[in-house]
Design a binder for this molecule. Sequence first.
Ligand SMILES: Nc1nc2c(ncn2[C@@H]2O[C@H](COP(=O)(O)OP(=O)(O)OP(=O)(O)O)[C@@H](O)[C@H]2O)c(=O)[nH]1
Ligand SMILES: [Mg+2]
Length: 329
Amino acid sequence: MHHFIDEVILELSSGSGGPGCVSFRREKYVPKGGPDGGDGGKGGDVLFVVRRNLKTLRHLKKNPILKAQNGFPGEGALRHGKDGESIEIPVPPGTVIKDAETGEVLKDLTEEGTSWVFLMGGRGGKGNAHFKSAKNQAPRFAQKGQPGKTARVKVELNIIADIGFVGFPNAGKSSLLKVLTNARPEVASYPFTTKTPYLGVLTVGEEDVVLADIPGILEGASAGVGLGIKFLRHISRTKGLAFLIDLSEPGYLQHFDILLREVGEFSTELARRKRVLVGTKIDLLESLQPLEELKRKYPGETIVGISSITRQGLDALIQVFVRLVREEG
Ligand SMILES: Nc1nc2c(ncn2[C@@H]2O[C@H](COP(=O)(O)OP(=O)(O)OP(=O)(O)O)[C@@H](O)[C@H]2O)c(=O)[nH]1
Ligand SMILES: [Mg+2]
């Protein structure tokens, strides 16, 4: 997923109403019963429902053609047909529904819990019991159900990452994204492998956590060294930052100060964002001494040691990510 805009085209249809029934009462000793055809059921609606735990539209991509159920036909003895089942399409907050042809915005779905009926199902047809009159005691016709509606919509979402990765080139940012998410960024042993931001979705139970991997940052990046710091813009609306520090590098104890300074040059507010320090590549260490040194130097920080190769520490890190995302403010 390269893009920060997620979109999917859906073809949606509401259900048609069920037809009304033509029927006449049949009872013993009643030679000519009156009309008793029941009404058809209503067709199912198509509605969008906003769910806060969703962060992307990925769940809609497998099934882009959705049709609600038709209403069932009415039956004799004035029995109504059952209504067709509606379809609820769950979307994350911030989803915009557009006409696929014209691009016109049909609805902005921002509030959690909002439920918006987009296509109403067709009305059920009336049974012949409705059409009895003085002139026509035995109507032999009933109404058809009203047809359902079909529409093609473009569903769009501006994805905002929850956690942004910050680190020197080669710190292991893309490797971490790769082991935690569905994303497949390139990983290589040379610096600046990653040249554009990359998103991945980490799914923890019911919850999606969107992780953003951006190009590495060097000392002086704010003055234009390396690829600079303009990519920080992509993680400026995250809920938290993960600073990745390669513990197998000799200068590792200085890395966090340097990174934080560069981030601060971009935005002092971002430098105060909730964060976790991630000591990477612990599989390369003879002992966890470097991790302990880091914890000693920054007693006020949350620090987790990990290896994307042996997967050590990943569960603990996932817990920290979930906590960062859930905390309000
Ligand atoms: N032994 C070991 N090697 C790792 C680990 N994580 C990453 N590496 C290696 O470190 C090198 C850089 O990893 P990347 O994930 O590409 O690093 P990056 O931070 O995305 O680098 P840039 O995109 O250049 O900023 C690669 O050779 C990886 O195989 C780890 O946990 N253990
Ligand atoms: Mg990378």
